[in-house]
Design a protein around this ligand. Structure first.
Ligand code: NDP
Length: 500
């Protein structure tokens, strides 16, 4: 018999992790919970599988990865329905998420050889009698721990790149979305049936903790900043390198010369897509005084038109029921401290939904401005000029993404945002561009997924020198003579002695 529980909160029943829809409570997945020993076994099996996978070479892996991409694309509606059923995400948002993930698999598969493969590097006058060679070798097994909010895009952002680099992957999906994680792994096994190259281990946080300690070569984590610290501490015990994609509190700056209709449209989407449960979601807006009122009117009009509900609506339920209390606390606190809700407000929290909420005049030191809300809410504050906007945007320890609307100063402002990414005259677009690295600074983590940097995260640089002729000027040998050393001194002065 199914225990009574809050819809959407996963439960463990008879050793199985059961995920349910946050909208209806209907069961979405039922998967075996892994013990610490199971996790270690999975990593050991993946180690052997990784050797086999690495042996396929870039061409063999590319073929398999492109086939995986093909299978996922062919069944995109089915996967979108599963994402919807398990996490509550509107199907249209799930389709956009999956499409973005497909693009990343495609790019990683096609570019791994160019970015990571063996190449000669240029040599210089010093040690010119040697050639230099560089390649990026796989870590063996990469552990991937993922969150629930983008259960396809986020793990694939690490896993596809790790696989393309020649690693096996052991994946721990969020306890809220294990069925989606297992589905991705099962489709991979259809195109790579020989070895467990991509596997999943399921359970609560302790299974993630076990993965950190199971002997993986690198651990790629996406989730909250608090958990990122625990992951890093666990990995520190064995000096296991980590890549941390953590939370954010991204800001949008609206300058005086911005296209306000476009800014309002992009802001509504950037802040409210996936019910605001987006690490790079816009949670704060700083609009300069001359355009503040006009921008706010347009924003509220557009946000107010969005529909909220289980099927076919723009905004679905809050996936993690416990998050509702945080969203409520942020709205209540903002209002109690002098902020005003110009759309939504405290009554917008109607579990499992939260209706779009726009808060203005919220003090900069309040929770709604400083902490990750992860709901369909945003604060819009008035600033004198873009300098003040940048100063406020940069005042938090988070630094994931950001957005700038404007013309003349937009590029300069984007550069000045203390973040790993910024979008000019759009929001969130950097996440879908496979050629660009994705990651944060400060409390938002470190390391990069996506793009060339993302591929390099999953390979160890291996440097090789090879002699191609005798040394005219012997230096790295005890056979050198005093005359050789005198010549070395001369070369040092000639080559490096000038101040330019
Ligand atoms: P959590 O940090 O709660 O969980 C992330 C993953 O870590 C889950 O699989 C979780 O398992 C697991 N986990 C929990 N405890 C431990 C532990 N002690 N050791 C190892 N793993 C553990 O994050 P959420 O799932 O709530 O995701 C939302 C957060 O993710 C937000 O802060 C969001 O900003 C961030 N995020 C960042 C992105 C980025 O690229 N920078 C992208 C998407 C989201 P379980 O679920 O079973 O507890």
């Amino acid at each position: 018999m199914t225990a009574v529980h809050v819809p959407g909160t996963p439960i463990i029943e008879d050793g199985r992790l059961v995920s349910t829809s946050p909208a209806t409570g209907a069961e979405a997945g039922r998967l075996p919970v892994a013990t610490a020993a199971d996790v270690r076994d999975a990593v050991e099996q993946a180690r052997a599988a990784g050797q086999w996978w690495a042996g396929l070479g870039f061409t063999g892996r590319r073929q398999r990865l492109l086939r995986w991409r093909g299978v996922l694309a062919g069944r995109i509606e089915e996967l979108a329905e599963l994402v919807h059923a398990e996490g509550g995400k509107p199907v249209a948002d799930a389709v956009v998420e999956i499409l973005t993930a497909l693009e990343h698999i495609d790019w990683a598969a096609r570019n791994a050889r160019r970015v990571l493969g063996p190449r000669r590097v240029r040599t210089r006058l010093i040690l010119a009698e040697f050639t230099g060679h560089l390649e990026y070798q796989p870590y063996g097994v990469v552990g991937v721990i993922g969150p629930w909010n983008y259960p396809v895009f986020t793990p694939i952002g690490s896993a596809a790149y790790a696989l393309a680099a020649g690693n096996a992957v052991v994946f721990k999906p969020s306890e809220y979305t294990p069925a989606v994680g297992q589905w991705l792994v099962d489709r991979f096994a259809e195109v790579v049936p020989e070895q467990p190259v991509l596997t999943a281990v399921h359970g609560l946080g302790e299974v993630g903790a076990a993965l950190c300690r199971a002997g993986v070569g690198k651990l790629a984590f996406t989730g909250s900043t608090a958990t990122a610290k625990k992951v890093m501490a666990a990995c520190a015990e064995t000096l296991t390198p980590v890549l941390l994609e953590a939370g954010g509190k991204d800001a949008m700056v609206v300058d005086a010369d911005a296209d306000l209709d476009a800014a309002a449209e992009a802001c509504v989407w950037g802040a409210l897509t996936n019910a605001g449960q987006t690490c790079i979601g816009i949670e704060r807006v700083y609009a300069v005084d001359p355009v503040y009122d006009a921008f706010l009117d347009k924003l509220v009009a557009k946000a107010g038109r969005l529909t909220v509900g289980p099927e076919g609506a723009d905004i679905g339920p809050i996936t993690m029921p416990a998050q509702l209390d945080i969203i409520r606390r942020h709205i209540d606190d903002a209002v109690a401290r002098g902020g005003r809700a110009v759309l939504g407000g405290p009554e917008a929290v109607r579990p499992p939904y939260v209706h779009p909420t726009v808060l203005v005049d919220v003090p900069e030191d309040s929770a709604a401005v400083r902490e990750e809300t992860f709901g369909p809410t945003l604060t819009v504050n008035r600033v004198r000029d873009v300098d003040e906007a940048v100063a406020r945007a940069n005042a938090l320890s988070y630094g994931l993404g950001g957005s700038v609307f404007g013309r003349k100063r937009a590029v300069a402002v984007a550069r000045r945002l203390r973040s790993g990414m910024a979008a000019i005259n759009s929001t969130l677009t950097f996440a879908g561009m496979s050629t660009l690295p994705f990651g944060g600074v400060g409390d938002s983590g470190f390391g990069r997924i996506h793009g060339e940097d993302g591929l390099r995260e999953f390979g160890r640089a291996k440097a090789i020198t090879r002699r191609r002729g005798p040394s005219l000027l012997p230096s790295m040998t005890f056979e050198r003579t005093p005359a050789d050393v005198a010549r070395l001194v001369k070369v040092a002065k000639l080559r490096y002695g000038r101040g330019r």
